[in-house]
Design a protein around this ligand. Structure first.
Ligand code: ASN
Ligand code: ZN
Ligand code: CA
Length: 327
């Protein structure tokens, strides 16, 4: 018989040594997390389909901090899934990605040289990376992908035109909020996406929320080119909006964030900014959302949460105008 809520420890690739809740089974332990809806972590054994084998361990000490142990990547993603579950529950009152209290599977070691991670509507899958880049198992990436599940459940956000960028920005916003929430000493919160993966081999992250065009392709400001572009580039407008609303234009800790209209924006803090965005997603956004509608919907959310004459409402107006989304 299985004994639940067993306290294990793991040594991940990026997160250092962390606690993991596991399940005791005959002869050892399984990486099944009863504290987070029985979400489990499994090894695809470099296949792209077929059986995913739930990770097991004899002494409940998982991974060794290096890829030489196949459980190491599993530690990072089990932790990332738990932190994502906890963020939504504690901060947004949402019980699991689907709101049903259930955890989701996290599948590691997908294929060969796969430089991506994805949510398929039901579960998580992570590649090992190729060449010099690391497996795509960082906290903000895990939070990004699972937030695709949340945005699908709440608003069924589309994936082309403005809404494609809003969808991707939503995932970067909550991936980053999960990274801050986890408060992991080895991978503390910031407004870079995937900064530890070294996807480009030169130390740069996948994306920069505070100044999206630093990646050479993302948009800082809305223009008619934005809805034509890849969602990972049109997301720049939403990422930039979120950074300005959270931290302001004069931030020196996370990055200098230039405004598109030479204005100065005073941030309201990331928790309030995330609450406004989440409430807009939950209550107002639609599958065909445009950036102009997102401005209106976040203003409705700011009114609901803080009142129409609030500093939070005014900052939301200023931040959208600062990314060239005017009322
Ligand atoms: N990692 C990518 C993303 O979530 C997968 C994709 O291209 N949809 O954006
Ligand atoms: Zn995405
Ligand atoms: Ca990050």
């Amino acid at each position: 018989d299985e004994v639940e809520n067993v306290a294990g420890t793991g040594q991940g690739l990026f997160v250092g040594t962390v606690d993991l809740d596991t399940t005791q089974a005959s002869g050892g332990y399984e990486m099944v997390d009863p504290s987070h809806g029985d979400g489990y972590t499994c090894d695809l054994n470099n296949s792209t389909s077929g059986t995913c084998t739930t990770l097991t361990d004899s002494d409940n000490k998982w991974g060794n901090g290096s890829n030489s142990d196949r459980a190491t990547a599993g530690v990072d993603v089990a932790y990332g899934a738990a932190m994502t579950f906890d963020y939504y529950k504690q901060k947004q009152g949402r019980n699991g990605i689907f709101g049903d209290g259930k955890g989701v599977p996290s599948r590691v070691h997908y294929g060969n040289n796969y430089v991506n991670a994805f949510w398929d509507g039901q579960q998580m899958t992570y590649g090992d990376g190729a060449g010099n880049n690391a497996p795509l198992v960082e906290i903000d990436v895990a939070g990004h992908e699972m937030s695709h599940g949340v945005s699908e459940a709440l608003a069924d956000l589309g994936y082309s035109g403005d809404v494609g960028g809003i969808n991707e920005a939503n995932s970067d916003i909550f991936g980053t909020m999960v990274e801050f929430y986890a408060n992991n000493s080895e991978d503390p919160g910031d407004y870079d996406i995937g900064e530890k993966i070294d996807i480009n081999g030169d130390g740069t992250p996948l994306r920069y929320m505070y100044h999206p065009s630093l990646d050479g392709a993302s948009y800082d400001c809305w223009s008619s080119a934005v809805p034509q572009s890849d969602p990972h580039y049109s997301s720049g407008v939403g990422n930039h909006l979120f950074f300005l609303l959270a931290e302001g234009s004069g931030d020196t800790q996370y990055g200098n964030s230039p405004t598109c209209n030479n204005s100065t924006v005073t941030g309201i803090g990331r928790d309030k900014a995330a609450n406004i965005w989440y409430h807009a997603l939950d209550a107002y956004m639609v599958s065909t959302e445009t950036y102009a509608q997102a401005r209106q919907d976040t203003l409705k959310a700011a009114t609901d949460l803080y009142g129409q004459c609030s500093a939070e409402y005014q900052a939301t107006q200023s931040a959208w105008s600062a990314v060239s989304v005017d009322g």
